[in-house]
Design a protein around this ligand. Sequence first.
Ligand code: AMP
Ligand code: ZN
Length: 118
Amino acid sequence: MMKDARNNCLFCRILRGEIPSRKVYEDDHVLAFEDINPKAPTHVLVIPKRHFAGLKEAQAADAELIGRCHLAAAEIARQRNIEKGYRTVLNVGPDSGQSVFHFHVHLLGGRRLSWPPG
Ligand code: AMP
Ligand code: ZN
């Protein structure tokens, strides 16, 4: 991991408190906060506290953090009573719309979600 990636990474800066966020959940391994441009009544981002760029770049050593991000999303969905239907999303690569290259799980819910996603 190059030091530069962490210095300039938007989500690492949020983790360091250099950029404000509306925190939803935190534990030793992950942080969850409100998406700044929500696409649903619940739109939360869950990120690992250790930087890696995304699913494409993930290594076996990242498996636990990938799981923890999803479990945190499930817990937030439970707390918000949106278990009738929510979605966790990983955008992978520029054509998917991935714009921040620090792994993150989108938690979307609180409304009907169409399938397939666009
Ligand atoms: P993606 O397009 O999958 O890379 O998702 C990045 C998400 O980060 C988008 O949904 C943005 O709205 C969100 N985002 C960008 N900047 C911020 C910020 N400062 N605080 C919270 N969410 C942000
Ligand atoms: Zn980062």
